[in-house]
Design a protein around this ligand. Structure first.
Ligand SMILES: Cc1ncc(COP(=O)(O)O)c(C=O)c1O
Length: 441
């Protein structure tokens, strides 16, 4: 088995040189949190230009579902690259896009025909869902959740309510969106406890919001992440989605599941929404769908995706290479990878809960499959957020050759490739234990 190998100070000399050039020529809006320069990748391993090897528990922000450069994905891309690079699905037909649309329609939860729209990113998938919901319903209002991240284009950004830095100086955004509290049970916005709360966060929408400020018959769609991602890897109770769906149905509001981060096997099911037994009207997909190639997809019931020719399109959306990478990814997922995800996720969560018994600041360990969050607090009673400790853990882990990211203000985000092996999960846990020991001594 491999192990991280850190041979230089980080960043090493070659990485440092590249970072200096990056500083001069690349947009400063990116949020690089440690100086990793990725040169090559294989499975869950990343090599930098100085020969340092890292265990990657980020999968390029939950994207490289089948690991870095899975041979079958690479082969599918290579083969397609020799045939056709681009033709634009906007104006022409080509095989990979047609095959992928049919495949996705067959996978989407719920009985009934579905259609797919293709873009290039998560934001575009959400943007398409946003426009489609207006087009189909002819309604102007929308609901979304605090903590939500739906992307950074103006429409998607308007639905996002993750951090003010993402919105600062960009107002006015798209009007008509009301944000409401998500089912963040570890920090219930209503200071109640599940299940005795009776999913107050949902009943409040109907009993207060719809009676006072938001006429439900004017709401086109509710946008919701099955598991809130950037907001802190928050897993809501199934009842939250079921109740929300019930209310949406009652008022003819479309249920849009943003599965950009949670979809395509990440939670051990093809779509995270399957855990909650809710069949969304529209599903936004991206990230893991093509194992690293840019692709966004918006799936909707066929009777909902009834917009007319010219009402929405993208030159590059559903590029042939990305579609072939997605078809290869789906094949791998269906060959048993998703069962492995559930097992590896359970091992990871068990290991983290063991660490929780030793290390007081580990306030909450939560997740579904390989979408696992560890919330750090200063005090388990007051639950005061330990953001600085979270950042220190990430930095120290990097120095030891483990790549992790954060989400929310004080949460460690663990989202490795779905191909991760048991020994690699153990390795991650060992490194994290060493990091906590060093930082908390
Ligand atoms: C749930 C969710 N929706 C949308 C997006 C936006 O995706 P992209 O960065 O590909 O535009 C993200 C990205 O993190 C996401 O997590």
């Amino acid at each position: 088995m491999k192990a991280p190998q850190i041979k230089t100070f980080l960043p090493g000399p070659k990485a440092a040189e590249l970072i200096a050039v990056d500083r001069e020529f690349v947009s400063p809006s990116y949020t690089r949190i440690y100086p990793l320069v990725a040169e090559s990748g294989e499975g869950v391993w990343i090599r930098d230009p100085d020969g340092n090897v890292f265990l990657d528990f980020t999968a390029g922000i939950a994207v490289c579902a089948t690991g870095h450069c899975h041979p079958r994905v690479v082969e599918a891309i290579r083969e397609q690259a020799g045939k056709l690079l681009h033709m634009s699905g906007t104006d022409f037909y080509y095989t990979p896009q047609i095959h992928l649309a049919r495949k996705l329609a067959s996978l989407a939860p719920g009985a009934g025909p579905r259609k797919a729209y293709f873009g290039n990113s998560g934001a575009e998938a959400v943007e398409a869902a946003f426009k489609l919901s207006r087009w189909h319903t002819r309604r102007e209002l929308n609901l979304a959740f605090f903590g939500a991240f739906h992307g950074r284009t103006m429409g998607a950004l308007s639905l996002t309510a993750s951090r003010t830095i993402q919105k600062k100086h960009y107002n006015p955004l798209v009007p008509g969106i009301t944000h409401v509290p998500y089912a963040y049970c570890y920090r219930c916005p209503y200071h109640l406890c599940y299940p005795s709360c009776g999913t107050a966060c949902v009943t409040w929408i109907e009993d207060t919001l719809f009676r006072t400020t938001v006429p439900p018959e004017e709401v086109a769609a509710v946008f919701v992440e099955p598991v809130q991602g950037e907001g802190g890897y928050i897993v809501p109770p199934a009842e939250f989605h079921r109740e929300l769906h019930r209310i949406a149905r009652k008022y003819g509001i479309l249920y849009v599941a943003d599965e950009v981060q949670s979809g395509m096997g990440r939670t051990g099911r093809m779509f995270a929404m399957e855990h909650f037994s809710v069949d969304p009207d529209i599903i936004a997909l991206a990230k893991g769908i093509a194992s690293g190639l840019p692709l966004g997809a918006t799936l909707a019931w066929s009777h909902i995706m009834n917009w007319e020719a010219g009402s929405h399109a993208s030159t590059f959306g559903g590029n042939p290479l990305s579609c072939q990478a997605a078809l290869a990814t789906i094949e791998l997922l269906q060959e048993g990878l998703m069962d492995e995800v559930a097992l590896r996720g359970a091992e990871l969560m068990t290991g983290l809960r063991e660490l929780q018994q030793t290390f007081e600041p580990i306030g909450d360990v939560r997740g579904l499959g390989l979408m696992v969050g560890v919330e750090l607090v200063k005090d388990r009673e007051t639950k005061e957020r330990a953001g600085a400790l979270r950042d220190a853990v990430i930095q120290r882990a990097f120095q030891k050759g483990l790549l992790i990211l954060g989400c929310g203000e004080n949460v460690l985000r663990l989202c490795p490739a779905l191909t991760i092996k048991r020994e690699e999960v153990t390795l991650c846990l060992e490194i994290l234990e060493a990091v906590f020991r060093e930082l908390l001594q």
